[in-house]
Ligand binder design. Sequence first.
Ligand SMILES: NC(=O)c1ccc[n+]([C@@H]2O[C@H](COP(=O)([O-])OP(=O)(O)OC[C@H]3O[C@@H](n4cnc5c(N)ncnc54)[C@H](O)[C@@H]3O)[C@@H](O)[C@H]2O)c1
Ligand SMILES: [Zn+2]
Length: 357
Amino acid sequence: MQTLTINTPSCASTIYCGSGAFAARTALLNRERLFVITDSNVKKLYGGLIEQIFGNAPCHVLPAGERSKNYRRLMQILAAMLSAGVTRSYTVVALGGGVVGDIAGLAASLYMRGVDLVQIPTTLLAQVDSSVGGKTAVDFNGVKNIIGAFYQPREVIVDPMFLSTLPRRELRCGLGEIIKYGALDSDIYGRLTAQDNLFDAAFLEDMTFACISHKAAVVCADERDTGGQRKTLNLGHTTGHAFELYYKRRSHGEYVLIGMYYELFIAQKTGRCAPEYARSLIALIKKVIKKVPAFADAESAAGFAKYDKKNAEGSHISLIAPGAVGGSVEIILPAEEYCHYIAQCRDSLIQEEDKHA
Ligand SMILES: NC(=O)c1ccc[n+]([C@@H]2O[C@H](COP(=O)([O-])OP(=O)(O)OC[C@H]3O[C@@H](n4cnc5c(N)ncnc54)[C@H](O)[C@@H]3O)[C@@H](O)[C@H]2O)c1
Ligand SMILES: [Zn+2]
């Protein structure tokens, strides 16, 4: 088990990562003072383990899926905490993917102005990314993550045993974020390019700690996302989120990879990324999603980027794209030029498809 501590002005957050982390760390929790939050899929798969480890601690079960990440469900959690008699000396345990982690984290930050929080991520995406860093949120009025707080977990317990039940689609989702880290970190990039099977369990375990280490350093430097460093973690996300909002069909991580592909095209066209490096990243992307879609409506979908406050600067779109090995570049373009490049990239994908037909 490897350990890492994030020291931020708000508090210290320790991450325990590796096989055996779950058994070792949960044994130290006070069962009499826990409030567990999970989702219906995790409960179905790990109900026995939950009972064995957390005993009679109250366990609040959310319906699985992004649709639970809302204000109404948040209020239900807070009501359940109140009726279970949770006090300030309790610890909220978030056992699940990013949805559980985000809503449980926000509930922990609000209840009695903050009770201790332990994150136990059970998806690859939550292990490599969302459980670390203290961003919590729910979606509201159709806007993603619009109500939230920065709230660091006291500890994060990352145990690869949970990945054995994860469907391949969810592994692909986590790999989307891992490849994003590859574009930001030369060491991760080197290991990804040297690996044939990105789905290999031992490899994913190594990658998880590497990605967490990268994110931890960024969070220490820029916890509140104001200094520019944390913004780099949005690589591929401007276009990825726009496609995700418009199409809603694939997982978040797949859209991140698709977004990266389209943004790599823009980075090359604007002379910000060398073709050879772009080709190597594209090869990595294609190890996870065999065929990058030539979305018929790519231009309209990209228009959604304008509605995301994080990317829109007046009439311009800002995106974080791969630049050189281990370094990203911020590209700011007029919205029409951005949409034009996206359409060009789509057309080049269609041409490629025709060539292979
Ligand atoms: N806070 C952050 O910094 C941050 C960063 C990235 C993403 N997020 C958020 O994370 C969420 C996405 O997280 P996610 O991809 O983990 O989605 P998720 O929590 O919906 O989990 C995906 C699916 O996997 C199931 N599942 C969970 N653990 C399992 C296991 N061990 N075996 C089998 N099935 C399991 C879940 O029930 C769900 O159906 C989004 O809401 C996103 O906004 C937050
Ligand atoms: Zn993401």
